[in-house]
Design a protein around this ligand. Structure first.
Ligand SMILES: [Zn+2]
Length: 248
């Protein structure tokens, strides 16, 4: 294989590696933002339960205030009962007291419901806080791993770039120009292996004479269809009877 062709293959591998490394460096902050979003969701659940607890406590305080008022009214009636003069007044007072007692009973029922609700909300809060804590410790671990991976990949990208410059310096200007032109038009893939008579990237069949030429790896040949620089990776003598020495 000519040194140019060998170096172009290396250049291609380095470019593809650099592309993967660049993409990973870009993807990592996106993954970390997704972790932040998950943590924010858990925090929102905790905040929402806390808001319901505050509302429930406010409602309970209202009931307790109403209950105290009606209890005060009832004890006032009890004191007044001793002072009534007529049977009619007595009956009216009794009626008022029955109403107050019923109201106390209703308020006590509502208070009990609020106390049960408070127990359920406390359990819900505990669960939400545990989930938040678990999410936080998990995301912190993943975040740290992603941080160090990003640093590592950025360093690899540096090395890839240095290596690319070293390899490119060894390639002839013409070959490098062809590579750059094809890479530009073909999403960065300028070199293609030829195998079984096909260009393995665009899958178009090569002319037999062309394939035989490519198999020699002796010059820069481009695929008629996709224009990529072709090379042959198999052993020419093992796969090409024409070159096995059986013919002159
Ligand atoms: Zn092709």
């Amino acid at each position: 294989m000519t040194p140019d062709l060998q170096h172009l293959i290396e250049l291609q591998e380095l470019d593809l590696a650099a592309e993967r490394q660049r993409r990973r460096v870009t993807d990592i902050p996106v993954l970390q933002a997704a972790l932040d979003a998950r943590l924010a969701d858990r925090t929102a659940v905790v905040d929402e339960v806390k808001a319901r607890i505050a509302a429930s406590q406010a409602a309970r305080r209202d009931i307790e205030r109403d209950l105290a008022a009606v209890q005060a009214r009832l004890s006032k009636f009890k004191n007044q009962l001793m002072e009534v003069k007529t049977n009619k007044e007595y009956q009216a007072m009794q009626k008022e007291m029955t109403v107050a007692e019923q109201e106390i009973s209703d308020q006590e029922t509502r208070l009990l419901e609020r106390m049960e609700e408070a127990d359920a909300l406390a359990a819900e809060l505990k669960e939400a806080e545990a989930a938040l804590k678990a999410e936080r410790s998990e995301t912190e671990g993943v975040r740290r791993a992603l941080d160090s991976e990003r640093e590592q990949v950025a360093a690899e990208l540096e090395r890839t770039s240095t290596e690319r410059a070293r390899v490119a310096a060894q390639i002839s200007r013409e070959a490098l120009a062809i590579f750059a032109r094809v890479a530009h038009g073909r999403k960065g893939v300028a070199v293609a292996e030829a195998r079984d008579g096909l260009c393995t990237v665009c899958h178009v069949r090569l002319r037999p004479q062309m394939f035989n030429e490519v198999r020699r790896n002796a010059s820069i040949l481009q695929c008629d269809s996709c224009t990529r620089i072709l090379y042959f990776a198999g052993s020419p003598s093992a796969t090409s009877p024409q070159e096995s020495g059986a013919q002159p």
